[in-house]
Design a protein around this ligand. Structure first.
Ligand SMILES: *[C@@H]1O[C@H](CO)[C@@H](O)[C@H](O)[C@H]1NC(C)=O
Ligand SMILES: *[C@@H]1O[C@H](CO)[C@@H](O)[C@H](O)[C@H]1NC(C)=O
Ligand SMILES: *[C@@H]1O[C@H](CO)[C@@H](O)[C@H](O)[C@H]1NC(C)=O
Length: 363
């Protein structure tokens, strides 16, 4: 019941927000109510009783002005984010960036494309006509068989020489890739003392170091062409360390930092502003690993997102032909990133909450 109510209130907030914070709507209404033709105003006042009372009329005007100011701020903020993450390009110039991409001629590389989110991303990219090179140690799943646009390369991404030789094979058979999705990642919950040295090495190899190897293999051609899109699948765990996930959180914080440096080097060192970069930060994704925690998360009102939501966000980023910093669920916005700037006691409260959820479900 409470979940249904939450959903409804979320939905209402989103749609009211979309209308009330749309500067065109609020500016239009303000204009009608203050400077518009008297007949139009008359029609409105005859329909809406509140407008006939001078006091509430003034209050409505005031509210509209606030909404207009907030709406304009929000639009400005979105534009500034876009400009900052896209080497100074405005989002109105998307079209010229889009014109440089022809899906039937693009080659994408994805690590860990044989299962989970990766598998879904591969399907969506192929549906768009993109040729996809799948790097994985698992076999290609039946769902990805039979498409001529999917090329499977058995490759252990923890081995740099395996990545470099696979990259040469891809380059010579498919052509230089323009899209790189660093998706492969592993996760297990255990305390720091219970983490084996072997697993520790493995999680840093898979989640972090592989990003260096794939970039070293595929970035040079992108820089040469001043065209490419590198997508890093990070996590909201990039922004908060909690008990039981020390290794996972450290790897995700590491690749966020790596991703930021990469974007800076592209802009200032390689002068390749059209090599786009996007980091994606999903929160709780419904995977088998999450199953034991699901009940507890629901009780705490945490939003659980589906693997397909993450895959949709990845492909939407590719389609936008624009770099970005994406949080999922989108309603979370950048509040996750804000966490680090909050007072320590607020940060600790948030981390406590997540840790308790993990612990309760472990019992
Ligand atoms: C995209 O590439 C195909 C060939 O693969 C070509 O036929 C088509 O005209 C191209 N489209 C654009 C918009 O350049
Ligand atoms: C990839 O192939 C292109 C030609 O399609 C070539 O110019 C480039 O040097 C190759 N890159 C690597 C790293 O082999
Ligand atoms: C963690 O390690 C301790 C000591 O080695 C061991 O007794 C305990 O069973 C381990 N716990 C788990 C969950 O593996």
């Amino acid at each position: 019941m409470s979940v249904a109510l939450q959903r409804i209130s979320q939905l209402l907030t989103v749609s009211i927000g979309n209308v009330a914070l749309n500067p065109l709507v609020t500016a239009g209404l303000l204009w009608v109510l203050t400077k518009g033709p008297p007949e139009l105003r008359g029609q409105l006042t005859s329909r809406v009783a509140a407008l006939r009372d001078p006091h509430s009329y003034a209050q409505i005007l005031k509210a509209l002005k606030w909404c207009l100011a907030l709406g304009v701020t929000s639009v400005l903020n979105k534009q500034l984010n876009h400009v900052a993450l896209n080497a100074g390009r405005f989002s109105t110039t998307w079209k010229s960036e889009k014109a440089r991409w022809n899906w039937s001629q693009e080659v994408a590389v994805i690590t860990g494309g044989c299962s989970g989110i990766g598998e879904l991303v591969v399907k969506r990219l192929v549906d768009k006509g993109i040729t996809v090179a799948v790097l994985d140690i698992q076999k290609l799943p039946p769902s990805l068989h039979g498409s001529g646009s999917i090329k499977f390369f058995a490759c252990d991404i923890t081995d740099p020489s395996a990545i470099y030789s696979t990259a040469e094979k891809i380059n010579s058979t498919l052509g230089p890739p323009t899209i790189l999705i660093n998706n492969a990642g592993i996760l297990a919950t255990h305390t720091i003392l219970n983490t084996s040295d072997e697993f520790l090495r493995r999680i840093f190899d898979v989640n972090v170091l592989s990003n260096w190897y794939t970039i070293k293999a595929f970035l040079p051609n992108m820089v040469k062409a001043n065209k490419g899109h590198i997508i890093t699948i990070a996590s909201t765990a990039s922004y908060a360390g909690v008990a039981g996930l020390a290794d996972y959180g450290a790897t995700k914080a590491a690749i966020l930092s790596f991703h930021e440096s990469l974007s800076q080097e592209l802009k200032h060192h390689y002068a390749a502003p059209n090599v786009l970069t996007t980091s994606i930060h999903p929160g709780w994704v419904r995977t088998p690993l999450l199953a034991p925690m699901e009940q507890e998360l629901k009780q705490r009102g945490a939003a659980i997102i589906e693997p397909k939501d993450v895959a949709d966000a990845v492909v939407a980023s590719v389609e936008r032909c624009a770099g970005g910093h994406v949080f999922l669920p989108a309603s979370l916005g950048g509040t996750t990133a804000l966490l680090r700037g909050l007072p320590s006691w607020v940060q600790e409260l948030v981390r406590d909450g997540v840790t308790k959820t993990i612990y309760k479900s472990a019992k």
